[in-house]
Design a binder for this molecule. Structure first.
Ligand SMILES: NC(=O)c1ccc[n+]([C@@H]2O[C@H](COP(=O)([O-])OP(=O)(O)OC[C@H]3O[C@@H](n4cnc5c(N)ncnc54)[C@H](OP(=O)(O)O)[C@@H]3O)[C@@H](O)[C@H]2O)c1
Length: 354
């Protein structure tokens, strides 16, 4: 049987994910990469054409086929046929839950894995590479939610400062402020003229970021006391997270630095500007992206005198960490015993220091 991975959506996440999969197809052990584009928009024609040139197969809805043909884009498969023949379907749209009800449930017969992204809370078991791989159950988990970029970041802050060195019960309280960029550089709308505060819509967790990390660790049976806030700044560069952790057992800077250095999903920097860190990704990463789950801003790291309070800032590789977990989950379905080996081909896109 052909191992086909199908990506739905060609936006901020879908476009680089399709590119990454097709560029590393042989090493990842994927026979074919297909992708679905919904709207035949002339403005998107060049990017679709280039994904096809690189070897990805275009899939469209029957009623949109004519529109694509008019733009000299010839689809290889119809959308539903693409789902039927695929082993892994990676939804990269803000409508994953809707599509699950409408379409994906129909094809969930145990032979396929469906993934959706950050906004799609409830789509399936939340997952982040390196955090909860051990809870994925073959034959049972047909739907996974790849948690959002900031949730990845919060998860690794907790993992590496609070839990790893001292045990699962070591976080007394975690508070996080997500300082978000207004929009992505791929987007030409929704920019804001000035910094804007967010509301706390969740009575228990503040914003969805803490709620999502709570549920992510919940899959491991770890009950976290976490709260988050969010605001936007008028920038297109990287999100930043300010964290404040209260620990039950004391730590020190040396332990934290050692932990950060020892985990290849983490990067560290002495730079203070998100623009400079972003630019490093542009120059050295895959399609301009590093695949690390966070970048610790080392000059900002502070440990209280008693060692029980740690604060600082991290930069969020906003789509890189979701791309890594998406590829990793796909490999878990295709090659459950070879995930780490197969992911090796992406190693050049991880950096210890920048
Ligand atoms: N942006 C980030 O940095 C980031 C980071 C981590 C996770 N995420 C998550 O990734 C997901 C997608 O976000 P994004 O920023 O990549 O979105 P985006 O740039 O707005 O792109 C959305 C894509 O989804 C397609 N689409 C929308 N509704 C669809 C439907 N019902 N059926 C088929 N295609 C549909 C659109 O197709 P057409 O344009 O052809 O209509 C477009 O290609 C969200 O869950 C988000 O939370 C985003």
């Amino acid at each position: 049987m052909k191992r086909i991975v199908h990506v739905v959506g060609t936006g901020t996440i879908g476009e680089p994910l399709t590119g990454l999969l097709v560029a590393n197809k042989a090493d990842l052990g994927i026979d074919e990469v297909t992708f679905h584009k919904r709207t035949p928009t002339p403005l998107d024609q060049p990017k679709i054409k280039d994904l096809v040139r690189r070897g990805a197969k275009l899939c469209v809805n029957d009623d949109a086929r004519e529109g694509f043909e008019a733009m000299d884009l010839h689809a290889d498969y119809e959308s539903e046929q693409a789902i039927e023949q695929a082993s892994v379907i990676i939804d990269c749209t803000p409508a994953g839950n809707e599509e699950k009800e409408k379409l994906y449930n129909k094809y969930a017969d145990g032979s396929r894995l469906f993934l959706a992204q950050g906004s799609e809370f409830g789509f399936g078991k939340p997952y982040a590479r390196g955090i909860n791989d051990e809870v994925l159950v073959r034959g049972e988990d047909q739907f996974l939610q790849i948690v959002s970029c900031n949730t990845h970041n919060i998860a690794v802050i907790i993992e590496n400062i609070a839990l790893k060195p001292h045990g699962d019960g070591n976080l007394d309280e975690g508070r996080f402020v997500c300082i978000r960029r207004a929009n992505d550089i791929t987007q030409s709308s929704k920019f804001i003229p000035a910094p804007e505060v967010g509301s706390h819509g969740d009575a228990k967790f503040g914003t969805h970021h803490a709620r999502d990390v709570f549920h992510l660790y919940g899959t491991k049976g770890i009950d976290l006391n976490v709260f988050s806030s969010a605001m936007k700044v008028n920038s297109q560069y990287m999100h930043i997270i300010q964290f404040s952790l209260k620990l039950n057992s004391p730590t020190d800077k040396e332990t934290i630095v050692e932990q950060i250095r020892g985990n290849d999903r983490l990067a560290r920097t002495n730079q203070k500007s998100s623009g400079v860190v972003f630019s490093f990704g542009r120059d050295h990463g895959a399609y301009g992206r590093i695949l690390n789950q966070t970048v610790f801003a080392m000059p900002s790291l502070h440990v209280s005198e008693d060692g029980k309070e740690v604060t600082g800032y991290c930069f969020t590789p906003q789509d890189g960490n979701s791309l890594l977990s998406s590829v990793s989950a796909a490999l878990w379905h295709l090659y459950p015993d070879e995930v780490a080996e197969k992911l090796e081909c992406l190693r050049p896109n991880f950096f210890g220091e920048m």
